[in-house]
Design a protein around this ligand. Structure first.
Ligand code: PNS
Length: 168
């Protein structure tokens, strides 16, 4: 059985991620979505929320499971899961520049291979950062994220209404 890991912070998961992970699941018997604690960024959603959104979204897919990446190395996580490859989506050259050193480091550490899937043209403009910004400024992101994510984004804005003081 061939397993692959799709790692990321997924803060939040968007439809570009979903499309790449779904395509990865056509290539491997099992795909593990590994949600990172995101040590270099301050995430909008907690790890538990990011895992819950991914679990809800991928519950409709066969062969895809969601797990926390944990606090260790991705190479150790992949070994523990019996995964032979990491799968990442590429929107453009800037993604390759970002991914290349990590892929090389992972191969150096343990021989772990990284496979890149070209993002579908419908999703190359999507990023978690832009989606959070557009949503926080009142833009409609409902076609860019899974329903589980949109619901939580909407719940959050209901909890914390936007500051309209500058409108006056
Ligand atoms: O979505 P992101 O934030 O770009 O994902 C980055 C991630 C989680 C894939 C990367 O930070 C990672 O692999 N973290 C695990 C710790 C590790 O192995 N670090 C060395 C990477 S070469």
């Amino acid at each position: 059985m061939q397993s692959a890991v799709c790692p990321g912070s997924f803060d939040p998961l968007h439809n570009g991620h979903v499309e790449v992970i779904a395509r990865a699941s056509n290539l491997f018997d099992e795909v593990i979505v590994a949600v990172s604690a995101n040590m270099h960024k301050s995430p909008l959603f907690s790890l538990d929320e990011r895992i819950a959104m991914a679990q809800e979204t991928f519950s409709y897919f066969r062969g895809i499971t969601v797990k926390p990446l944990g606090g260790g190395l991705l190479t150790d996580f992949c070994r523990a899961q019996g995964a032979t490859a990491v799968v990442k989506g590429l929107r453009g050259p800037q993604d390759l520049e970002y991914e290349r050193p990590m892929a090389t480091m992972n191969r150096h550490l343990s021989g772990l291979e990284t496979i890149y899937l070209q993002a579908d043209g419908r999703y190359t403009h999507l990023s978690s950062t832009l989606i959070k910004e557009v949503h926080s400024l009142g833009g409609d992101v409902s076609e860019m994220v899974p329903r589980a994510v949109h619901r939580r984004l909407t719940d959050r804005s209901a909890d914390r209404p936007a500051d309209r003081s500058a409108d006056r």
